[in-house]
Design a binder for this molecule. Structure first.
Ligand code: SF4
Length: 420
């Protein structure tokens, strides 16, 4: 590989690493003796998940890390003195093709700092994806970060070549966004989101009439919010997510624990560590809204505007609503079973399917995959009921289910444990 391109690759892959809309990028865990793999791919390679759940490797790169904006939370802001580089469109196209041919990657995650104007930058991003698709017949996955404030025409063109488009909200409340990123506003973010949605819906309609009509961003759109850089509560964050998920094309909202990269900026909180536990709880709450039929105001409300960091949001909800429990696992509706801590979507479906043949007891529930350690306080089944929430009190159950005090949470080991 050309030395000049290699040098640019190092700079621009490093600059892209703070964007977590690419799934593995929130965690830094290098390979250790006795372990297999790591979350830090060399050469700007990160892992993401395709629509069918497959893990795919992507070249995660910026077109340029020069930027005319000065967003306080960003490493690439114009006032930072750091190595800068810009790929020519042809360089980035060739690099992607070369990596793809060598089987290093299965796709591209492309973002950029803003140079000259949003449209000037977006036009170059579009050229990259257009050349990949039309000139090189590149058939791999492409996720393109749309530039806030980009015009409808350019967003519409990008959607013809990218699988997924995203525009980052970054800060949930506009007044706080203006404090940290004075050049941005919510309109510049929500307008391209709307163009993407219209493009996807129009393309679907077209394809119903004409089978070969072009597809538009078939993997929909996603966005990202920074957690902990500004005073928003979890209620503020999740309420916005809930609104965003009402758009039929919004597939994922990513939550990115604020990493203190610009410690000199006094507008930012002095965090020693990114708030990874909070980030994890937000993902769990997000999962509850998308797959467990929870409404946002059931998870967080004025009395509880922030998620409980010690226990997961589903357990927290159950302990605040003892009147809903215990439920009879052999009779209750699917929706209620889904609300039991320790029972995930797969287990709830299996319970409903299996109880048609015989009454279920502890043994069967364990075989189905129910985490009885948690669920036992919230259910009755085909045996004498165990001590439930009511015999023990919610506070006692909470104490019993808290992680052991000597079992310190290792933030690197946090898993998005949504199944229960
Ligand atoms: S526009 Fe993007 S790259 Fe530029 S400073 Fe803001 S967040 Fe960073």
């Amino acid at each position: 590989m050309n030395e000049n391109v290699l040098a640019k690759l190092k700079v621009l892959a490093e600059s892209a690493k703070y964007d977590v809309s690419c799934s593995s990028s929130g965690t830094v865990r290098s390979n250790k003796k006795g372990t297999l793999g790591n979350t830090v791919g060399g050469w700007g390679i990160c892992h993401s998940f395709a629509e069918d759940g497959r893990c795919i490797s992507l070249l995660k790169i910026m077109l340029t890390n020069y930027c005319i904006y000065d967003c306080a939370y960003c490493i690439n802001r114009r006032s930072n003195d750091l190595p800068r580089a810009t790929f020519a469109v042809s360089e980035l196209v060739e690099l992607t093709i070369e990596f793809y041919r060598r089987n290093y990657i299965e796709g591209l995650f492309l973002s950029s700092g803003v140079v000259r104007s949003p449209d000037y930058t977006m036009e170059r991003l579009v050229r990259v994806v257009k050349d990949l698709r039309l000139v090189h017949r590149f058939n791999g996955y492409i996720h393109l970060k749309s530039i806030p404030g980009a015009s409808r025409e350019l967003v519409n063109e990008a959607g013809l070549y990218a699988d997924r488009l995203s525009v980052n909200v970054e800060i949930p409340k506009e007044e706080n966004l203006k404090q940290l990123a004075p050049e941005k506003d919510h309109k510049s973010v929500f307008a391209p989101m709307k163009y993407i949605q219209q493009g996807v819906l129009e393309s679907k309609e077209e394809r119903q009439k004409f089978r070969h009509a072009p597809r538009f961003a078939p993997a929909g759109q996603s966005t990202q919010m920074i957690v902990g850089a500004t005073p928003e509560t979890d209620k503020d964050i999740l309420s916005l997510s809930s609104v965003l998920y009402q758009a039929p094309t919004m597939r994922r909202v990513y939550y990115s624990g604020y990493i203190s990269v610009n410690t000199y900026d006094k507008r930012l909180p002095a965090l020693k560590q990114p708030p990874l536990v909070r980030e994890n709880r937000l993902y769990q709450a997000d999962w509850l809204m998308r797959f467990y039929q929870f409404k946002v105001d059931e998870i967080v409300d004025d009395a509880y505007p922030d998620l409980d960091l010690e226990i997961d949001p589903k357990l927290s909800w159950a302990l605040r609503h003892p009147e809903q429990f215990p439920i009879d696992i052999n009779k209750a509706d699917y929706e209620l079973i889904l609300r039991v801590p320790g029972i995930g979507v797969k287990s709830a479906k299996l319970i409903v399917a299996s109880r048609r043949f015989s009454r279920l007891g502890q043994y069967e529930l364990k075989k189905i995959g129910v985490v009885m350690k948690k669920a036992q306080y919230f259910i009755t089944c085909n045996e004498l009921p165990m001590k439930t929430l009511h015999e023990l009190s919610p506070q006692r159950v909470r104490t019993l289910l808290l992680p052991k005090p000597n079992k310190k949470i290792d933030e690197n080991q946090l898993v998005l444990n949504f199944g229960d």
